[in-house]
Design a protein around this ligand. Sequence first.
Ligand code: C2E
Ligand code: MG
Ligand code: MG
Length: 726
Amino acid sequence: MLPDDTGLSALPERPCKPLLRATNLAEALQTMATCQFEPALNSLGSQIAIIDQQGTITYVNQDWIEFGVHNGTAADYPWVGSDYLEASKGFSAVESEQEASLVDGIRKVLSGLAPTFDCEYSCHSPDERRWFVMRVVPLHTHPGLYVVSHHNITRRKEQLLAGQAALEESALHSQAVLDNMVDGVVTIDMRGRIQSFNQAASRMFQYTPAEVLERNVSMLMPEPHRGHHDGYLLHFQHTGEARVIGKPREVEGVRKNGEVFPMSLSVSQIMRSGQPTFIGIVRDITQRRLHDEEIRRLAFYDPLTRLPNRRLLMDRLHQAMASSCRSLHHGAVMFLDLDHFKQLNDGWGHDVGDELLQQVAARLNACVREADTVARLGGDEFVVLLEALSPLSSEAATQAEAIANKILYTLGQSYKLRGQMYDSTPSIGIVLFAQDRDSMEDLLKKADVAMYQAKSAGRNTARFYDPAMQAVAMARTELERDLRHGLSTQQFVLHYQIQVDSKGVPTGAEALVRWQHPLRGRVSPGDFIPLAEETGLILPLGQWVLETACTQLQAWAQNPTTDHWSMAVNVSAWQFAQVDFVAHVTAALAKTGARPHLLKLELTESMLVNDVDDVIAKMNAIKAYGVNFSLDDFGTGYSSLSHLKSLPLDQLKIDQSFVRDVLTDPSDAVIARTIVALGHSLGLKVIAEGVETAEQRHFLAGIGCDAFQGYYFGRPEPADMLAQRT
Ligand code: C2E
Ligand code: MG
Ligand code: MG
């Protein structure tokens, strides 16, 4: 389409009407020449000519005459009557290819093969670059005549070219900037498709732009972000609310090889061709993270052992104290120092000393829970911070003491230093804290003081700062040590307490363990059974009791007066919970030859609280050998009736606390009565323990008790004394 500024389309139809009346060519030309619109044609700034079908020029306007189309033809050149096609061939500066298509185009119109011909062409003279548009259109009012116009568009063209060049330059500049950026720049459209990908992004993600363009940007994200990303964009499309815009964030990217790496991402949004476009600036922060980590490590960790240093310890201690205030749980600070470390350092060299410190650090870490802190203050000084110990101070002391003992044991094992064995021991000072008003420094000082107490007590030991706690912990430690020693030196004996039927006839006895301590005297089972359970010593002790009782049972079997007697043996919950408990019972029976149906294991209700299915399975397995079960201390625990029904029990034992006041306290009487009724309804025998008087026995017999045990019938006593009496 010819641009408007050729002016031809502006030619009004009406003023040219005189042309319509022309009957021949000569007249038409005359009309044209004198046409009142000639000034208008001359003012258009276009060179306009009229040619006939042969290309002969029949009219030219003033511009044509002046500018002679392009080639600087002399002003008096006789245009009218000359051959336009010939003349156009001579447009000297028109490139030959263009010239050919020009002539061809004009011919097509003249021969009726094309309705019009438009073309833009350049025509550069040595000192000027010029552009033109030309148009050939038939003059419909005069068939056989054609209007040819040439219009100089050099100015417009130059502006256009200058604009294009500026644009290209600016695009090149932008690309150069983008490509030289350290940061990756990725733009995506509203649907998440990648629109641009600079070189830094290429390096970072290891994809070429061609591999990612038009693909979903989520390919650059690891799961689970990958799966969520479309959702974010969808959310944006629906609400226009982009949560990530303008907020620099640290996220993860994924490289072509699958490697996930940390990166910072800031997203901005622009409108491009009326569509929102997101520009993401990404930076690989792997190195920065490593540096941060390194700085953190240097600031808070001891370089030799990689343990927290004093600074981090103080921070943790501060938090631990605050959280202990909230939770009411105790915490403990242990100050630990290696005995005779200086000698090692001086004698073997610092390298060897360092090696020992590293090994000690590793062992210390293995002694505590994840949440606890092991720190090195410097030299051979370590601090262990324990958290979330019991709210009860005595229990907390026990817990801290247990860990201190573990540390003493673990650090006391030989070390291998430069191929040589080396023995080292620590001294440990312990201080507990709860809602203390002590400052952190006070606590460390107290732990330090306690550590020196440990040193002066002969080293390789732990001491509490608090004298009272120290006493408690010491008492327990000693008791435990004595218990171990007592086990290995046979300080334990069994006493037997007779059990009788409703007529008072002995039917057997209960075995009750006694600890005959050389210094402490007789220690009550109530004082050492709980500790034995806590320390696991109940396992060897319980097995010893079981075997000794079975041996006694087998001895009674040899005597006609006692050969029908049964033996009741107490079993603790921890003992019963062992996977190999069944095997232990059968082993004791096999070893002693005792008859299983005369062995009666006393369980307590407390062991029915947890895994009841496991209890039932074990009881059934033992029951299969013929062994009987009695439920001890019945009425004091929480066993539910539904459990009771499913247990293979033979007997309920009314706890002595009900028996004691059965005559004076009506509610105890009711309880005793209920237990008997319950036991009988479940098909069980009921025995009362702790019967001390004839009246108690009379009452219990009256409510249907099947058997009795208590001082009234006999105290627990050695087997030979029991034999003499009966
Ligand atoms: P238990 O099984 O309920 O044993 C009954 C306790 O009551 C025994 O105390 C016994 O001496 C005491 N006793 C018996 N008749 C009377 C009485 O008429 N009046 C009073 N006031 N007390 C009476 P002991 O021997 O001190 O045992 C205490 C607990 O220690 C036992 O309670 C039992 O739970 C545990 N125990 C004792 N020996 C063993 C054992 O070999 N293994 C296990 N696991 N626990 C044992
Ligand atoms: Mg008992
Ligand atoms: Mg009992």
